[in-house]
Design a protein around this ligand. Structure first.
Ligand code: FAD
Length: 479
């Protein structure tokens, strides 16, 4: 399987001196992506056996469970990131993997610089993965990165399901840059709404926040926003009291469909009390600069609903890089790479490729068992991969290694006002505390994610920011 490689592309080893320690007898391990899968693997990989190189457009790891908190200032953006360059003995190239040459064992990389001008939604669907697109964002020259072992951990993109106007006007929430954009827009709208010339209709629009998608991401964002509005905005902007509206839309009848029914109705009751309106069975058919169009039930014109901020969280779609890789076994539904029980990428005939692996959201087991697209799965795959590569590096046969097995630890979601829900009813070791909701669940939720924070800087910073928000309120500085 070959993909297009420009003749002039220098290798990364020559261009930047990366991956050069293969001379020192180490194999070159190249990891694509710095998310839950890629970043975790880069930390855990055995550097005495491998010369590790990470290629990712993001020079940092985004701790996604805290993104909603950063949108409203419960946490600083720094609390939800870890720098890739902070990992010892790891080379890093800020770029997009564009193609893989499986014969030459190289990855073709297009620099992703300057990164600050790009968010995920800036990539038009029809251009996804193309050199033209990357060139538009990347003034630097492309280069090739040679590998002995390749781990693809490029994740997925937020899905718009082809709804017109979403890419142009809605905010996704998948990365800290997007969280920053949401925060900016939210705080800006509050200021504009206080301007003397603003009409009551315009004020109402500016203060209307619409969240599309009632999964955990949309729910946590709505919950964080509701806390921010009631605990801080109405204190700082008393003239806006009770004027901010938050509406959550979903195609399903309600929110959090993956949770147990009793927890779902607990969350819906909680939202009702807090004033977050949940509109189930609602399809958004188009998005304009400042309005949504909702499908009508009886053939009339779609209902037009104005918004000041629109956050879109309706699930995932394939990464254009993965979609463009030819000759590989892909899941027909998710278009992700199908992997064997040792997480090896398979060719079109379903045979595992030597030395090429996939982990995280862009990998689907080829045994017919779909795994949820979660950080839990991605980090377990990364841990497994680090061990597998260590064994392989010591000469053990991959086929004889223990296959990857995912352990379901259950799901958690924050629903606001010091409350959360924990659902372990599908986890194997289901016990009396399989379902939990309320304050105790909130303590469990916070403690669990605190312990998951990767570096010591964040293990210290996160409780400090929580305490600052609790005692002094959230920061509303808009820069
Ligand atoms: P990602 O973390 O998405 O990382 C992909 C990486 O690849 C990124 O660094 C990206 O820049 C890079 N990349 C993309 N294209 C290329 C390319 N062409 N070349 C090189 N690099 C590329 N899961 C939970 O289990 N619990 C939670 O509480 C939870 N909360 C969440 C909250 C939010 C707001 C979101 C968005 C997700 C949440 N998730 C949660 C899901 C979880 O974050 C994902 O399942 C997880 O990030 C998947 O990890 P990954 O490594 O596969 O992909």
């Amino acid at each position: 399987m070959l993909t297009r490689i420009p003749a002039r592309a220098p290798t990364l080893a020559r261009a930047r001196g990366f991956a050069s320690s293969s001379l020192a007898g180490k194999e070159r391990l190249v990891i694509l992506g710095s998310g839950w899968g890629g970043y975790n693997l880069a930390r855990k990989a055995d550097k005495s056996l491998y010369d590790v190189t990470v290629i990712s457009p993001n020079s940092y790891f985004s701790f996604t469970p805290f993104l909603a908190s950063t949108c409203v200032g419960t946490l600083d953006f720094m609390c939800a990131t870890e720098p890739v360059r902070g990992i010892k003995k790891v080379n890093y190239g800020q770029g997009w993997a564009e193609s893989v040459d499986l014969e030459k064992r190289t990855v073709h990389v297009v620099p992703a610089l300057p990164a600050q001008h790009k968010t995920e939604k800036d990539i038009p669907d029809e251009l996804g993965g193309s050199a033209e697109l990357h060139a538009a964002f990347s003034p630097g020259d492309a280069y090739d990165v040679p590998y002995d072992k390749l781990v693809v951990a490029t994740g997925c993109r937020s899905a718009s399901f082809g709804t017109p106007g979403v890419i142009e006007h809605a905010h996704f929430l998948k990365d800290v840059r997007e969280a920053r954009a949401i925060r900016y827009r939210l705080l800006q709208n509050l200021e504009i709404a206080t301007e003397p010339h603003i009409t009551p209709e315009e004020k109402k629009r500016l203060l209307s926040v619409r969240v599309v998608g009632g999964g955990p991401t949309g729910v946590e964002f709505a919950a964080e926003l509701c806390d921010f509005v009631t605990q801080d905005v109405y204190r700082i902007y008393p003239h806006l009291k009770n004027q901010v509206s938050i509406t959550l839309y979903d195609l399903a009848p309600g929110i959090l469909q993956s949770f147990d029914a009793s927890l779902r109705s607990y969350a819906e009751r909680k939202f009702k009390r807090s004033g977050v309106e949940v509109r189930g069975n609602t399809k958004i058919v188009a998005v304009g600069k400042d309005y949504l169009e909702l499908a009508s039930s009886g053939g009339e014109d779609p209902e037009r609903v104005p918004y000041g901020l629109l956050v879109w969280n309706t699930g995932l779609q394939a990464n254009p890089f993965i979609e463009a890789l030819p000759g590989l076994d892909k899941d027909p539904k998710s278009k992700s790479l199908r992997v064997d029980p040792h997480l090896r990428v398979c060719d079109a005939d379903g045979k595992p490729l030597n030395g090429v692996f996939a982990i995280g959201d862009n990998a689907t087991p080829n045994d017919g068992h779909r795994l949820p697209a979660t950080a839990q799965v991605a980090s377990q795959m990364a841990g497994y991969m680090a061990k597998l590569l260590k064994a392989a590096g010591r000469g053990e046969e991959i086929d004889k290694a223990r296959p990857f097995k995912w352990k379901d630890h259950g799901s958690m979601v924050f629903i606001g006002d010091y409350r959360a829900m924990v659902d372990r009813s599908k986890a194997k070791d289901e016990g009396p505390r399989a379902r939990m909701s309320g304050f105790v669940a909130w303590v469990v939720w916070r403690s669990y994610y605190m312990t998951l924070a990767m570096g010591w800087r964040n293990k210290i910073l996160i409780p400090v920011y929580w305490a600052l928000a609790f005692f002094f309120g959230r920061d509303v500085t808009n820069f």
